[in-house]
Every structure is written in structure tokens, then in C-alpha cells.
Design a protein around this ligand. Structure first.
Ligand SMILES: [Zn+2]
Length: 248
């Protein structure tokens, strides 16, 4: 069983264009034998759709997608919107992209109210990480320390820089509620290192599809020097368990 924890729908500025229809994505999933995917609204368009595209795709393919809400703290009614999509449509979590928003991941005034709402609703928070001013593993670690009962998925595990990958692993070592998602990570050796330092149970395969083919990110897990049992956990079993633990 393969669950991809990082799949996009909607318009993206950085990937120059639209991600494709839900059907296109499902076709790509079938090609790569991906059973299910966490579906995140793309974070960089001029007018983001916080949930509409993801909801539509979910309605079309309810067995293939777990839709997430795109949280923008600049929207006054962001917490009400989150509550609505969780209660009315069964969304499992929220995604936040601190770098595009220009809001630090641990901003107490803007992000903490959203985290409090996520805790109340029993959904998970997926936070983009990178070496920018806003989304470093250390900042996400501080958020995770203040909300130890919310599962926090650190998307990209620090991203392309090895120092930030190390920081992501270090934060996950300190915070048992942090999960490391692996798309775009610098090298497969960092997946090996993560498993060695925190175990395989909190490492999640993700790909950023369909902006690029999931084969790239699948290879990162395939070539990591870890056991086949650990690869199975990372490719889907951990995601299944995490998603099942969230609000029904
Ligand atoms: Zn992404």
C-alpha cells in the first residue's frame, strides 16, 4: 500500500501553471501504483482556493484522496473556514506555507489560534519547511513544542539543504509529535539518517506530485539504506495510521 502525503491540486505560480484535474492526478497515481494521496491546495496562486479544488477532487474520488485545507492566517475567518471543512466535509488536516505567506511558523499572534483550532478539531497540521526566514525546522519545532498534542507534519524535512535536514531530524528527535515528510529532501542519505535517529515510524513518503513525477521521490526512499519493513512503513503504513488517528 502506498500513500503519498504530499500531492497538490490547483494553480501554482512557482510550478508555472495548473496542476491538472483530479482525473489527471489519479492517472499519475495509477501509473506509479499510489493508492491514496493527501491532497493539498497549491499555495502560491494570486487567488488561492483554500479548499474548493481539493473538495471537488475528493467528491470525485473519495477513496483516493485525503483533502487538506490551506490555512492563511491573513484571512480573518480562517479558523471558521477550517472548522467548516472539517465538520462538514471531513477534511483531515491543514497545510500552511509560512514562506509564501511571510508569516513565521511559530507566530504566536497569527499561527497559534489556528493551531488551537486544529487541536480542538483533532486534525493534523502540515507545515512547509525550508531555509527561509519563516519556515525553518527550528521554528516548526517551537510550534510543535507548544502544541505537543497536535501531529505536526514537517513537509520537505527542511528541504534541499543538508543543515536544515539535520535540524529537522533534531527537532523530530525532541518532539514526538513531529512527522518528517520527505519530498525534495537533499539526498537519500538523510532519509537513512532520519530512520537511524528517530526510527521509521514518523517518516512519511511524499512527492509534490503532479508538479513533478512521484518517481523521483519514491527513489529517495527506495535507495535509502534502511530495511524493507521500514520502507513499507514510510511508503504508506505510517500515513495510514496517522490519518486514522485523526478526527473521523
Ligand atoms: Zn508542495
Amino acid at each position: 500500500m502506498i500513500i503519498d502525503f504530499h500531492c497538490h491540486i490547483g494553480q501554482s505560480k512557482v510550478f508555472s501553471g495548473k496542476s491538472g484535474t483530479a482525473k489527471d492526478i489519479v492517472q499519475l497515481m495509477d501509473k506509479r501504483k499510489i493508492d491514496q494521496a493527501v491532497l493539498l491546495p497549491a499555495a502560491s496562486p494570486r487567488k488561492p482556493k483554500y479548499y474548493e479544488d481539493a473538495l471537488e477532487a475528493y467528491k470525485e474520488f473519495p477513496d483516493r484522496f485525503f483533502p487538506f485545507f490551506l490555512a492563511n492566517p491573513r484571512e480573518e475567518n480562517v479558523c471558521d473556514m477550517l472548522e467548516m471543512v472539517v465538520e462538514k466535509y471531513g477534511f483531515k488536516g491543514l497545510k500552511m506555507h509560512p514562506s509564501f505567506l511571510g508569516v513565521a511558523a511559530n507566530d504566536r499572534e497569527w499561527v497559534y489560534p489556528i493551531a488551537e483550532k486544529a487541536r480542538e478539531l483533532k486534525v493534523c497540521m502540515m507545515i512547509h519547511s525550508d531555509p527561509s526566514l519563516y519556515a525553518t525546522p527550528w521554528q516548526i519545532g517551537l510550534l510543535a513544542m507548544d502544541f505537543p498534542d497536535i501531529p505536526i507534519v514537517m513537509a520537505h524535512m527542511g528541504f534541499v539543504d543538508v543543515i536544515y535536514n539535520d535540524a529537522a531530524i533534531d527537532m523530530a528527535r525532541r518532539c514526538p509529535n513531529i512527522y518528517l515528510e520527505t519530498c525534495g529532501v537533499s539526498a537519500e542519505g538523510k532519509v537513512t539518517q532520519a530512520v537511524k535517529e528517530i526510527g521509521a515510524h514518523r517518516v512519511l513518503y511524499g512527492s509534490d506530485m503532479p508538479f513533478h513525477d512521484p518517481a523521483f521521490d519514491m527513489a529517495r526512499i527506495e535507495y535509502a539504506k534502511i530495511s524493507d519493513a521500514d520502507k513499507k512503513l514510510i511508503m504508506g503504513e505510517n500515513a495510514k495510521k496517522l490519518l486514522e488517528s485523526l478526527r473521523k
